[in-house]
Design a protein around this ligand. Structure first.
Ligand code: GDP
Ligand code: MN
Length: 379
């Protein structure tokens, strides 16, 4: 789950990291009033789940409260990477002497959190990584001990020469590591980590991605979810208890179990097709999940054929069949359906489907080949 900048800032601030105060507003008039309270000269920042807002025109400096209103009017309602800006953050404009980068990610290779810093901050860190990788410094942290003081100091020395600034940055890295662990994050970033002309070190931007699996034990963070800013089909899938990830292909997949869902996508690709999604209806037997899954898959206009691949264990094939019949009874399908099911209550499932005019296969390979062929025919 992505947090907005203003939410991430609040968590950083609570951990002691120096972050300028700000106010979140939804109208130009509120932006003007906020700017007045914050001392006149402010930065107006679009609150959307996208990086590169600066480049896209979503971060603007305003020299006065009146100008703050005008800039907020420009930014509210604009679209950045497909996301409509509904809120802006108003923060006092800091004077910037230098911009660095600090971030922590979960590194799959070392299976540890990796703390990264770069003196080339401010802009796209991906670009720095691609063009001048020698400007990024990393330390893998043993989660049993956390980020140790000497590791934090070592990284901070890569950013600054003045000892006060080095100490300030080291402290910020240790605090950032606490936020990362306490929030159950998979990524946290400060970019820019700025210095001011009078030597202070400040976090001027914050990005935090929380691992969805950590949300159950962190209700206060789960409550920060902004449904407005997520893809509607993904919201719908989560509410229905489905694991769904939209992809760009044409074969809509409805599968039980993540492993089988991955194997199905592999096989679709193997036979020259492209999966339109990953969708795991999970282990439980519930026709309603199948109804929801079909609604979500058919809402995707790229889908040319729908492929069910069910290996009945705890999931009962007859429940899946009932879901298919119920869903297609309500809204008849406008695209072909290929059904493969085998396992628990397979015979009942075949009977239910047959009565409704559907046929089912038991062989996965054959089902995938059929689905890919149909998708190609309908190109
Ligand atoms: P991003 O483009 O989405 O990462 O948004 P940022 O919050 O990082 O803002 C982009 C750029 O705007 C920063 O790299 C800064 O150069 C500039 N910026 C952000 N906040 C301030 C500020 O308080 N004062 C000044 N002068 N520039 C700022
Ligand atoms: Mn930034």
């Amino acid at each position: 789950m992505n947090l907005h900048e203003y939410q991430a800032r609040a968590l950083l601030k609570a951990a002691g990291i120096p972050v300028p105060d700000g106010e979140v507003v939804t109208t130009p008039e509120e932006a003007e009033a906020a700017a007045r309270r914050l001392g006149g000269k402010v930065v107006i920042k679009a609150q959307v789940h996208a990086g590169g807002r600066g480049k896209a025109g979503g971060v603007k400096l305003a020299g006065s409260p009146e100008e703050a209103r005008a800039r907020a009017r420009d930014i509210l309602g604009m679209t950045i990477k497909g996301l409509v800006v509904k809120r802006v953050l108003v923060v006092p404009a800091a004077e910037i002497a230098s911009e660095s980068y600090a971030g922590i990610i979960v590194d799959r290779a070392s299976q540890k959190p990796v703390v990264m810093v770069s003196p080339a901050g401010g802009i796209d860190i991906e670009e720095v990584a691609a063009r001048t990788p020698e400007k990024i410094f990393r330390v893998a942290v043993d989660p049993r001990y956390g980020l140790l003081p000497h590791q934090a100091m070592g990284l901070a020395f890569k950013l600054y020469r003045q000892i006060d600034q080095v100490r300030a940055a080291a402290r910020i890295l240790e605090q950032l590591y606490r936020v990362f662990i306490d929030a159950g994050a998979s990524l946290v970033e400060i970019n820019p980590l700025a210095t001011t002309p009078d030597g202070k070190v400040l976090a001027l931007d914050a990005k935090l991605v929380v691992d969805d699996n950590e949300l159950e034990r962190r209700p206060e963070i789960a409550a920060m979810r902004d449904l407005d800013s997520e893809a509607p089909e993904e919201v719908r899938a989560r509410e229905a208890g489905l694991s769904y990830i939209k992809l760009d292909g044409t074969v809509g997949c409805c599968v039980n179990g993540a492993g089988l869902a991955m194997a199905t996508m592999d096989l679709v690709k193997y036979y020259g097709g492209e999966p339109a999604n990953f969708l795991d209806i999970g282990g439980s037997s519930n026709p309603q999940k199948v109804v929801a899954a079909l609604e979500i898959i058919t809402a995707d206009k790229n889908v040319r054929v729908i492929l069910f691949n069910i290996f009945g264990g705890i999931t009962r094939c007859d429940d899946v069949a009932r879901g298919i019949v119920e869903a297609t009874g309500k809204t008849p399908l406008d695209r072909p359906l290929v059904i493969r099911l085998t396992g628990t209550n397979e015979d009942q499932a075949v009977a239910i489907l047959k009565e409704a005019g559907f046929s089912a296969l038991t062989d996965m390979d054959e089902a995938v080949r059929q689905a890919v062929a149909l998708a190609k025919e309908r190109a």
